[in-house]
Structures are given as C-alpha cells and as structure tokens.
Ligand binder design. Structure first.
Ligand code: ADP
Ligand code: MG
Length: 752
C-alpha cells in the first residue's frame, strides 16, 4: 500500500474515488462498502476520535485511571505465555522513564515492534502494584516507512499535532493511517471552487464556518481547538458539517409538507350539529390530551387543504376514541371514512368498537378484510362505491386494492409505526389515487374477482368535486417516537401527542423471573383467573414464518391447556390460523369466555380487552424493548391492578438485562422509546425491516438532537422568510443540493 502522498489532479466533490491516485478499483470497492463513492463521501468520513500528539504526555506524569496519549520509543517486546492466555508485552521509553504496555491474547503482535521505533500509544493508564502500565493501548508506529519523503509525511501528519483517528475498513486493509493520508491529500487537491450550499442568512445567523475551512478543521484540527469539543463533535467545524446535513433533510421535509398543504383539500364544517354528534358518542369524559388532540385535528380538517397529521400516544392512551371523533366530523359532513389497521385482528376489533360506539348514532359501518368471501366483498365494495357505507374499516389491502369510494374524505391509518417512510408515502399516494379514481370523471379498472371491467362510481356534482381533492389523512402510532426521530421520519407531518392516560389507571406491576420458577408463575395466573381476570401468555414468534418458534408456541399451548390448566378455558392465537378461527377466538376472549390466551406477537398491536390483567411473556429476553412495552400495553386497561411477568430462559446477554431492567423500572412509553433508541441506535429502532429511515453521513440522531431542532427551525425560516432575507438563487441552490442528496434515496419531495 502506498504510504506516500499521492499527487492528484484537481478534485471535484463529485469525482469518483477510484480516480484518486493510489485508490484504484480494488480499494474503491472496499470504500464503496463503507458508502464512500465520491470525494465528497470521502471528506465526510469523519474521524471517530482524535489523539493529542501535540501535547503528548510524559511517562513520568501519567496518572492511574486516565486515558492518555504517549509518544515513546520501543525498547523491548515479547510474548509471555501465562497459564490462562498469551500476553504480549512491550516496554516503551522516554529517556530514562519506562512504560509497560500489555495486550492480552495477542500473539499476532509478535514481531510488530522493533527497538528504536517511535510509537504513538493511546489507552487507559492502570496501576499494577505500584507500577503504571497501559493496558491494551491502541498504537501506531510512527515513521516506519521507507525513505526521507515518507519520514517527512509521517512527521507532518502523525506527530506534533492533533491527529485524526479513523475507523479502518476492509478488515483492516485500509487503516486509520491510510485514511489520514488519502483524506489529507484529497483536501490539498480539492477544487478551489467549493460551492456553499447553505443560504447566506443562515450561515451568518449561526456563524457557520465556510465549507472548505470546516472540512480542513474537522479532519485536521488546529492546535488551539478544545479537545473536549473535538471528542464531543462540537467544534465549529463539526457543527457546520452536522448542521448542513440535517438542514437539507429538514428542508426536504418542510418542502414536502408545503407541497402537501398546497393541494386542494376538504374544508369540513364544524358546526353545532357536528359537535352534538361527537358529544353523543362519548362513553366517558375525554382526557385533557384527547381534547387537545381532537381540537388540533378538527382545526386541520376545517382548513381547505389536506390534513397530514400524526397522532402519537402511548399504548392505552385512547387514540381510538379520538379517531372516531375525527370520523364523525367527516361523516357528518357527508363524506366517507376509511380506517386501516395493520392486522385483521385489529381491524375486527376496531369494527366491534365502532359498532358499539358509533352505530347507536345511526352511522353505517362496514368491515372489509381479505378473508371475506368474494361475494360478500363484492357486496361491500358496492356499498362503498355507492356511498352507503360511511365508515369503512379494514386492513391496508383495503386501500391498496383501489376500492372505489364514492366520496372519501378521511383516511385513518392505525399503528403507523409498522410502516416505513416509503410505504407511508405510497399509502398516502394511494389514498389520493383512490379518490381521483372515483367521482365519475375518470373510469377506473377494479382488480377484483369480477375481472377487470371499467368501473364507474357514483357521479354527481359533489362526486366530481371530490375527484380533485385530497382526503385528509390521520396516522396513529402507539410507539412513542423520540422527538428526534419524529422530526426526521415524520418531519413531513404535523404531530399531536396523547401524553395523558385515562383516569384510574394503575401502573402495571412488572416482575422478571427465571423460567425455573414457572410453577409459581402459573399458580399466580391461576389465582388471578379465579379472581375473575383474564391472562395472556405470549411466545416470541416474532416473524410468523419462523416455523420452529411457532411449533414451540403451539407445543407450549398443548402443555398449558392439557397439563397446567386442564380445568380452565385456554385458547391459542397466532398469525397462521385461518381468519375465521382467529376472529372467533378473539371474540370469545373479548367476551370473557376464554380465560387464558396463549398468543404470539399478533396481539402486539392495538388489542383491547380491559378485563385482561395478567400477561406472562416467555423468553422475554428475545424481545426488543419497544415490543415488550407494546405487549405490556395490552394489560392495565382498566382500574384493576395488572401484572406483567417477564420470564427468561438461560443466561441473558448484558443488553438483554438492560432491556428487562428498563421494563421493570419504567412505565412511560416515551422514556422507553428514548432508551430503546439509545440501546439500539436509530437504524434498529423500528426493526431492520423499516425501510426509509434516513442514514446519516455525519449526524447522529442521539448526539445531535440540538442541531436537528436548529436545522428544522432554520429550514422553516428560510422558506417562510421575506424575500429580502434569502435570494431565489440561494433557495434554488439549496433545493438542488437537497435534491441531489436526498431525493433519490428517500423520495422526499418533487421540486418543480
Ligand atoms: P390506544 O391508544 O392504545 O389505541 P385505546 O384507544 O384502545 O388505546 O384505549 C384504551 C382503553 O382506554 C380502551 O378500553 C378505551 O375504551 C379506554 N379509554 C379511552 N379514552 C378514555 C377516557 N377518556 N376515559 C376512560 N377510558 C378511556
Ligand atoms: Mg389502538
């Protein structure tokens, strides 16, 4: 690998890295795996830490317990075999001081160090019986290359300054040192015309560094830079780079939001008649949060552009009621409402509660799910197309199959957190399509069992008006989303939060036990059932196609129903059962005719059976934190005291312990969500299947909340500011920048 500085042509940010001398196709491939394709990508590959080799520590002044950088000369080294493992030891010296460095299990270090070499060492200083030593330090041999030129490079890049440390790539083929040199070379040869994308007003307001200076200083900090700021990624250079990235994504989201708002929507009327209709259905006093959210929703609905709102609330906070109230506004205005749920079970449950709560007011409600007989489906579709059905409840297939609505005014999407950004925008587009499909102005093909035949929905004056408008969309999620994520993933939506539980709820008593104590647990369940409560026993069949896990769950059901609770009514529920049986089982459980429901995670979302007061989660260590919280949210839905037992099998990983501990301690969904985000990182937060979660080059959603808020504010300001504040040229440049960065990947906005 060439360690000399490659001499380079002038580089544009868009130049592909393989054209850099010294990279070539092989290394380019390794870089591509790291997401580095262009010079711009390379320059955004930031050091993950820095070493202060400007003021390295003298060996004599080291103190036990601190992290220190030491530059010293190799004296002796060798491998020592102890009974437990081989230990590699190296002694480095500065004049007469000596410092011992040890690495465990490190036979591979044999022959690495030659006496007389200079090494930079970074690690923790420990006290070993009065003698200080560095344990497992990171090291870099300085200036071991050949020739004078190489020595000079090493002297200038690796000593006497703050040195960037990069994550290596390609299983160590591309070392930190390699990156240091290639990035340094790229910076030296970067084109003098580096465009400034951030509008001048913003740049001035925040005193941001110009781009070239930021790039230099983030990789090669000046001597006076605060080391603390460097490690916290809060130097002016870091701030500029992180802000820039977040600014453009927020700008994209803000534009998308504006684009949605610019469309024609329905201005629902909110008169006394509507208010009376809402009051009529209320089975209880709404909570303050429910009132506030409804007010926000109703406010959107009155406006003449389409609502795009997210209703966030912890499990059990009462989102359904708010959704029904919104539905009434639309129905009372003569429009239809579609309520979509992610599972059939949930769709059915919404159907039952809608019938209970809304039907007394005379609203016509239908349930449309994939499992209905074709005849029945056709009939329901006809009701929908003719406008007879006022509230249509179903799974997402409902919208995706282009059901022809006569006059769709509001789409409610429940438990949105299961769908990614991309899916969501598809849904929204679909819901738009299904509206423009109808209304008589344009015939559409209906893909159903009837065969594809032109389908004309009801026309008429109002119908044709409806054909040009976008329905309102309300999405609901039970996974409280940390604000940082909400600002990115849902940044194109307005957000209402239900941050208050219905009155009289008691915290769910949560306990963790090893499965060797399962007898006690079952006895406890028995007692609770005897007291008139119902129980869930949950198995970790997280993907319904996990054959073995499903088998294990079914086997346990056999055991529970035949051996442990032969005298009680026990039933099983999992995603692979046929829909009728599922429905029947759920109904019986709802009516209290089943005491113990052995279930997979199909019950994770939405299921609402207030009399269920006990939940036993087997193999709790296998579940994610958010999922455990969702599951637990199935109980504690009445004033009765509820219990959640987290059963674990075998040894639990350290991270598993933290999750379980959090579940026992924390009941607030928002706190759990924040912790979950911290434990797993944003990429995993929604599960790996979550498509469309932006991945960042330099920003980190956990570390950079403050800058994200700032970016959002500034993006808003730029777009609303008076013309004098920002020139059209700047807006255009900013838009272009945003488009090239985000458009392709996330389809955030179509800029005209
Ligand atoms: P989620 O937000 O998880 O969807 P639900 O809408 O299913 O919650 O409501 C949870 C339970 O709380 C339901 O049984 C519902 O009837 C009840 N509930 C909702 N709002 C109130 C309220 N204001 N007062 C009392 N109970 C309520
Ligand atoms: Mg719900």
């Amino acid at each position: 690998m060439p360690l000399l500085l490659p001499s380079l042509e002038m580089l544009e940010p868009s130049t592909a890295v393989q054209y850099v001398k010294g990279i070539g196709p092989k290394l380019a491939e390794i870089l591509a795996a790291k997401g580095i394709n262009t010079i711009d990508d390379l320059l955004h590959y930031l050091p993950f830490r820095y070493e202060d080799r400007l003021n390295p520590r003298g060996i004599a002044e080291l103190r036990a317990g601190e992290m220190a950088t030491v530059i010293a000369e190799v004296r002796t080294s060798g491998l020592f075999r102890t009974r437990r493992m081989p230990i590699f030891q190296m002694t480095a010296g500065q004049g007469r001081s000596r410092l011992k460095c040890i690495w465990f299990n490190a036979a591979y270090l044999q022959g690495k160090f030659q006496p007389g070499q200079m090494v930079a060492l970074y690690g923790k200083v420990e006290d070993n019986r009065g003698e200080l030593q560095l344990v497992q330090p990171q090291f870099e041999i300085i200036g071991d290359g050949e020739g004078e030129a190489e020595k000079k490079v090493a002297e200038s890049l690796e000593m006497g300054r703050i040195v960037p440390i990069y994550e290596s790539a390609g299983q160590g083929r591309l070392t930190s040192r390699w990156f240091r040199r290639i990035i340094h070379a790229a910076l030296e040869n970067l084109t003098p015309e580096l465009p400034e994308a951030i509008p001048a007003t913003v740049r001035k307001r925040l005193s941001l560094l110009p781009p070239r200076e930021a790039l230099w200083r983030v990789h090669w900090p000046e001597a006076g830079e605060s080391f603390q700021d460097l490690l916290a990624s809060r130097t002016p250079a870091h701030i500029r780079m992180i802000f820039e990235e977040l600014f453009f994504i927020e700008l994209g989201l803000e534009l998308k939001r504006r684009e949605q708002k610019a469309q024609t929507g329905i201005a629902f009327r909110l008169n006394d008649q509507v208010r009376e209709a809402i009051k009529r259905i209320l089975p209880f006093h709404p909570t303050g949060a429910q009132k506030r959210s409804l007010k926000e929703i109703a406010g959107d609905m009155e406006k003449p552009f389409p609502m795009r709102r997210l209703l966030q609330g912890d499990v059990g906070s009462g989102k359904t009621l708010v959704a029904f109230e919104a539905a009434i506004i639309a129905i009372e205005n003569g429009y239809q409402v579609a309520l979509m749920a992610p599972t059939e079970i949930l769709a059915q449950q919404h159907f039952f509660s809608a019938r209970r709560i809304l039907e007394p007011s005379g609203y016509r409600i239908v349930l449309l799910t994939g499992s209905l007989e074709d005849d029945r489906k056709r009939e329901i579709r006809r009701h929908i197309a003719q406008g007879n059905a006022q509230l249509v409840i179903g799974t997402h297939a409902l919208i995706e199959q282009k059901v022809g609505f006569a006059k769709l005014g509001l789409v409610i999407v429940d438990e949105q957190h299961r769908f990614g950004v991309l899916q969501r925008s598809k849904l929204m587009r679909k819901s738009g399509e299904s509206v423009s499909n109808i209304g008589g102005s344009r015939p559409s093909l209906e893909r159903t069992g009837e065969g594809a035949r032109p389908h004309m929905a009801v026309s008429g004056e109002e119908g044709s008006i409806a054909s040009q408008v976008e329905p309102d969309v309300l999405v609901m999620t039970a996974t409280p989303i940390p604000r940082t994520l909400a600002l990115t993933i849902y940044g194109d939506l307005d957000i209402s939060v239900l941050d208050e539980m219905p009155p009289g709820r008691m915290p769910i008593v949560t306990r963790r036990v090893g499965d060797e104590r399962s007898d006690e647990v079952w006895q406890f369940v028995r007692k609770q059932v005897a007291a008139g409560h119902q129980a869930y026993v949950v198995y970790p069949v997280i993907e319904e196609n996990e054959e073995n896990e499903l088998k294990a769950a079914i086997k346990m059901y056999g055991e529970l129903s035949k051996k442990i609770f032969p005298d009680l009514r026990v039933a099983v529920l999992h995603g692979r059962m046929d829909p009728d049986t599922k429905e029947m089982t759920m109904k019986l459980f709802q009516k209290g005719e089943i005491s113990i429901l052995v279930a997979t995670t199909v019950i994770e979302v939405g299921v609402d059976v207030p009399n269920a007061a006990v939940m036993v989660i087997e193999h709790a260590e296998r579940f994610g934190l958010a999922q455990l919280h969702q599951l637990r949210g199935r109980i504690g839905r009445s004033a009765a005291k509820s219990y959640c037992v987290l059963m674990t099998a075998g040894k639990v990983s350290e991270e598993g312990e933290r999750r379980l501990d959090a579940m026992v301690r924390i009941h607030d969904g928002f706190q759990i969500a924040e912790l979950d985000l911290e434990l797993r990182g944003p990429g995993e937060f929604f599960g790996t299947r979550q498509a469309g979660l932006p991945s960042f080059q330099v920003a980190n959603l956990i570390r950079d909340r403050d800058l994200l808020e700032l970016a959002k504010k500034e993006a808003g300001a730029v777009l609303s500011g008076p013309n004098s504040e920002i020139s059209q040229v700047e807006i255009d440049r900013a838009l272009w920048q945003m488009r090239t960065r985000w458009q392709k990947t996330y389809g955030l906005v179509e800029v005209g």
